[in-house]
Design a protein around this ligand. Structure first.
Ligand SMILES: C[S@@+](CC[C@H](N)C(=O)[O-])C[C@H]1O[C@@H](n2cnc3c(N)ncnc32)[C@H](O)[C@@H]1O
Length: 236
């Protein structure tokens, strides 16, 4: 848990990350290195004063992102030459893998401004170009992209429902959706088809180094009823 200390001044995120989060290879993804938090990083110093500030999930590579990154690096044809948007990008792990796999343009979106600073630094370390945007687009029309990648966003029940509604709208607009997840409690497995599996490290389970068998999933075909519920496809 990250302690918040009222009254302390927040440092510049990029300067703080460079000074306090060492650069490490991602377990199972040696091709990618990230600024990663450790016990001495003092992440609480970047936390805001408000209870609504997002937790610093960007400071770690998550199992859902790791399995998706592994998949894109092993199967570059999945994204080569295509526009890719990494939704809930965190550290930028999946976005970086997409760029390394030859995506034409990569956008990383996260609600957390600290994540955007981390993605900028991590993209530079890995010598790739990524457009990082701080925004909450979950209620917006589908973005202009060919592929939407989403790593480890099913950890909260309310968020999982909103994410699935967004992904269904993206699917209806003709966007290919790829999900990476280590079978978190709120992953709607009945609506997904597994297309790959890899053993990756799971920070989210608190195992700190334990490997889990995580999956890459696509959305199952929409039924006529579901299509009606979602309404007509938005024009991206
Ligand atoms: C568990 S982390 C996963 C990060 C990364 N995808 C990975 O797998 O390593 C979830 C991320 O989703 C972001 N997030 C949560 N809700 C979001 C929303 N509505 N829009 C964009 N990002 C969101 C969080 O800020 C956090 O960085």
């Amino acid at each position: 848990m990250v302690m918040k200390r009222p009254g302390t001044l927040r440092p510049d995120p990029a300067t703080f990350i460079q000074a306090n989060l060492p650069i490490s290879p991602v377990p199972s993804i040696p091709e990618i290195r990230l600024h990663t938090a450790g016990p001495a990083s003092g992440l609480w110093r970047l936390a805001g004063r408000g209870e609504t500030d997002p937790p610093p999930y960007w400071a770690y590579p998550w199992a859902g992102g790791a399995v998706l990154a592994r998949h894109l690096l092993d199967r570059p044809e999945t994204v080569a030459g295509r526009r890719v948007l990494d939704f809930g990008a965190g550290s930028g792990l999946v976005a970086i893998a997409a760029a390394k796999a030859g995506a034409r343009a990569v956008t990383a979106v996260d609600i957390d401004a600290n994540a955007i600073a981390a993605i900028g630094l991590n993209a530079a370390i890995n010598d790739v170009s990524i457009t990082a945007i701080a925004a909450d687009i979950i209620e917006e029309p589908p973005p202009e992209t060919d592929v939407l990648v989403i790593g480890d966003l099913f950890y909260d029940p309310a968020l999982a429902l909103r994410v699935m509604a967004f992904l269904r709208r993206c699917q209806a607009a003709g966007i290919q959706v790829l999900i990476g997840d280590p079978l978190r409690a709120h992953l709607p497995q009945g609506e997904l088809s597994r297309i790959a599996s890899h053993a990756v490290t799971d920070f989210g389970a608190g195992t700190r180094g334990g490997a889990v068998q995580a999956g890459v999933f696509s959305l199952s075909a929409m039924t006529a009823d579901a299509t009606k519920r979602e309404g007509p496809a938005a024009t991206a």
